[in-house]
Design a protein around this ligand. Structure first.
Ligand code: ZN
Length: 277
């Protein structure tokens, strides 16, 4: 996901871009075909919503004491996470649903299924404040109009890995663009960067997120550093954006951190004022 990059200041521009992209949808597919790249499967994959509903039926025995999604950290026990299935279909990988082992591990954390839905990063040991827990080069950086070109230039295995990231259909009807907009981190030159590992951090609102991140232009890497001590087993979080009310619009979920109302309540209120989706 991607984070704080959020988009808010560019909302108008993005709206225009979406409309512009829609008018070129056929040409884009034709381009893919000409490149010999695999087209999105016509066979619908299970939606993230269905996966989330499955999680609701089988709640974890001992939920982590935080919520995450790119920037959240929780220090105190929280009630069992309440997952609010999105009414919108989403793009997600189906190959990992039954994986018993972590998606990957680092010196500080492992990425595995999170009670929040999807994946999350969990500390594998106690971590001190001000510790760099991740330094990652981008898979690619791109302005919105460059996303498809950058994606097509990736080797097949990296394209496949990219498509394992969650892409919320609410920000784009196109899978590749939805993944980009849901996972990009702000870098430089107005470009968003895709960082496959860092995108696994879930969100928590400031000051409950346990880590923060920044793009180091000189190193060309996204650096994630702890804001507070993290206990072994705790979910590592970052803050995607400063305004919880924009989380659903940009990422398709309601935050369940200590600063936010219960997701079910937030969703009900949003549906009341905006109409259900
Ligand atoms: Zn929150």
């Amino acid at each position: 996901m991607a984070g704080q990059w959020a988009v808010v200041p560019l909302a108008g521009v993005q709206m225009d871009f979406e409309a512009w992209m829609a008018s070129f949808k056929f040409d884009k597919n034709a381009y893919r075909s000409a490149k010999g790249a695999a087209k999105p499967s016509a066979q619908a994959r299970p939606s993230r919503g269905s996966f989330q509903r499955q999680l609701l039926l089988t709640p974890p025995a001992s939920p982590p004491n935080l919520a995450l999604r790119r920037g959240r950290h929780f220090k105190t026990p929280s009630p069992p996470p309440t997952f609010i299935p999105s009414s919108s279909s989403s793009f997600s990988s189906t190959s990992t649903i039954s994986e018993p082992t972590p998606l990957f591990t680092t010196d500080f954390f492992e990425v595995r299924k999170s009670p929040k839905g999807g994946y999350g990063a969990f500390a594998t040991k106690d971590i001190e404040k001000d510790t760099i827990i991740m330094s990652e080069e981008p898979l690619f950086r791109a302005a919105l109009m460059e996303v498809f070109i950058e994606f097509e230039n990736l080797p097949a295995d990296k394209r496949a890995e990219y498509r394992t990231l969650f892409g919320w259909q609410g920000v784009s009807d196109d899978e590749i663009l939805a993944i980009f907009k849901t996972n990009r981190f702000e870098t430089t030159e107005g470009k968003g960067g895709i960082f496959l590992k860092s995108s696994r951090f879930n969100h928590a609102c400031h000051p409950f997120s346990t880590c923060t991140y920044s793009y180091n232009k000189v190193q060309g890497r996204l650096i994630t550093i702890t804001l507070q001590p993290i206990q072994k087993g705790e979910e590592i979080t970052i803050s995607y954006c400063g305004t919880p009310s924009t989380l659903y619009e940009n990422y398709g979920f309601y935050c369940d951190c200590q600063a936010c109302p219960p997701p079910a309540k937030a969703k009900a209120e949003a549906d009341f004022y905006r109409g259900p989706r």
